[in-house]
Design a protein around this ligand. Structure first.
Ligand SMILES: [Zn+2]
Length: 296
């Protein structure tokens, strides 16, 4: 194919190629991109799925990903959302491999590391090693056909991981905003990363970031009250019963507490003597924090 009719990518250097247009239209259920680029395969594109919203098409962003091209639509829709009265409350504590949250009857856990993921992580590591070797062996011309093939294979594994995680996150967050009116979460930073040495840190880091972003927009859509506990709120170190906050050598660390010889998964309050599971204590604290922000 001659290149002259194809759209100009925003940048050739970025691994994720995108271009945006505000002149695209939907014609007879097909996507028509703007004229100057419109020719051949770029004209009247069949859609895998029709847009779910009726409204004005503002912008279309086309992305080249591992296995093909994807178009995402920005559609302007009029919506009125009413703030829900606070009847049900939950708090969500994000950890490596799981989210802990409070239900009406107790505590529940949403795993974020399904069995399908570790083999994919292993493959990612494998292809990354292969690519690194290719760059080392042939530093000046490493962008060969073989290099690009391997890079595409790598991208496909990333894509699969991302799809599994996105699916999981979307279902989990929808459940939260449907079932609970007031939700307390942590304003996540990389604190969690400093606490763990497990595989695939970057993938998890992006998962935490996405969780917060999704919760923010879904709370707007569904009229929930979302309370972000700022990063200095000691949800792990605070006792949810008496409010005592552990400091200095009393703190719970990755290896528990050496001074008192308590474990990483337990919260033993040295003030009131209560013994709780660490995750459940954190969830309780987030619930209390969210409630305190609502009642003022
Ligand atoms: Zn206590």
């Amino acid at each position: 194919m001659p290149d002259h009719d194809k759209p100009n990518w925003k940048s050739k250097k970025r691994s994720r190629k995108t271009f945006k247009t505000d002149r695209a239209q939907l014609v007879n259920g097909k996507l028509r991109l703007d004229k100057p680029h419109g020719a051949g395969a770029w004209y009247d594109i069949k859609l895998a799925e029709q847009p779910r919203w009726q409204g004005q098409l503002k912008q279309v962003c086309v992305v080249q990903d591992a296995d093909g091209y994807y178009a995402s639509f920005s559609i302007e829709v009029q919506a009125s959302v009413e703030k829900r009265p606070v009847l049900t409350v939950t708090g969500v504590d994000a950890n490596i491999g799981k989210f802990d949250y409070q239900t009406s009857t107790g505590y529940a856990t949403q795993p974020t590391l399904p069995e399908r993921l570790p083999p994919l992580y292993a493959r990612i590591a494998h292809y990354q090693r292969q690519l690194a070797r290719k760059r080392k062996v042939n530093p000046k011309h490493f962008n060969s056909a073989a290099y690009r093939t391997t890079r595409t294979k790598l991208k496909r594994q990333y894509q699969r991981v991302e799809r599994i995680q996105t699916d999981l996150l979307q279902k989990f967050t929808t459940m939260l905003v449907t079932d609970y009116d007031l939700i307390g979460i942590e304003d996540l930073d990389n604190r969690h990363m400093r606490m763990n040495k497990r595989l695939a840190k970057n993938l998890h880091r992006s998962l935490f970031g996405k969780f917060k972003v999704i919760m923010q927009y879904k709370a707007d859509w569904y009229g929930n009250t979302l309370v972000l506990a700022d990063r200095f709120y000691p949800s792990t170190q605070r006792c949810s019963r008496c409010g005592y906050v552990k400091t200095a050598d009393e703190r719970i660390t990755l290896s528990g507490n050496l001074k008192h010889r308590t474990g990483h998964d337990d919260y033993h309050c040295y003030q009131c003597g209560v013994k709780l599971r660490r995750d459940e204590n954190a969830v309780e604290n987030l619930v209390a924090y969210a409630k305190s922000k609502v009642t003022g």
